[in-house]
Design a binder for this molecule. Sequence first.
Ligand code: ADP
Ligand code: MG
Length: 267
Amino acid sequence: MSSTVTDLDTFQAAEEAGEAGPDAVAPPSADGRRARFIEVRGLVKTFTGDGAPVQAVRGLDLVVPEGTFLGVMGQSGSGKSTFLAMLGGLTHPTSGTIAVDGIDLYALSGERLADFRREYLGFVFQSFNLVPYLTALENVTLPLAVKKMPAAKKRGRALEVLERVGLADRASHLPGKLSGGEQERVAIARALVNEPPLILADEPTGALDTETTTEIMDLFAELHREGNTIVMVTHNAEIQLYFDRTIVLRDGRLDCDLPRCAPNTPL
Ligand code: ADP
Ligand code: MG
């Protein structure tokens, strides 16, 4: 058994015993943060189907310290979503490795990878992906379904997070009765309810107007200030101000790592 699987075992055992969360597995550095929280090595993804193979990601290497708000930019088709999906344990790389908190994701079995996603990740997608016939509160409670926790406690936790995103008074609304910005907040609350160490967001403001985009980005900025590690894909150069580091992809490769990009690098 590899040490990475042991890490996840230890993490889960500690969780079940009601001890500290991910902190139980890898000792943090002096400032309390892991300097190599995300480690990507030689990452390649080639889609093969009926037609010619598509090389979506052609060799990425990246180290991201804990607590970073990382922006992933680049033109449409440059491999941003494919990269994020691999980071989130959703798409197996063709080659290369991704480690999060020392856990080598694709060395895990399918079941273990599902455990990893549940314990470590909060996903926010552009299209919200809310269940239309469940209320805001029920949508936020969903990720807690598999937790051994009394129903009242789950509900309390979900309400707490809805309050956190400013939506406590919309808890009983169906998604169809909420504005785009409110639906986005529900999606963010759902991503946060498990208190994941890593938040991944794929164009979370892509469907929102400018004012709502600012509101949502302010919320992400607050999460960042609280110490969350966030990786956000966007092609909106205006929200780049919120990131403390931006990488730009071009044709599946790292074009540059801001602020070291040339002044006129197209995003
Ligand atoms: P971005 O998010 O930057 O717009 P994507 O990661 O979605 O880019 O796509 C990168 C490339 O991979 C594109 O050429 C896209 O058409 C291709 N691609 C993405 N997903 C698939 C898939 N499931 N099958 C085949 N090709 C894909
Ligand atoms: Mg995309």
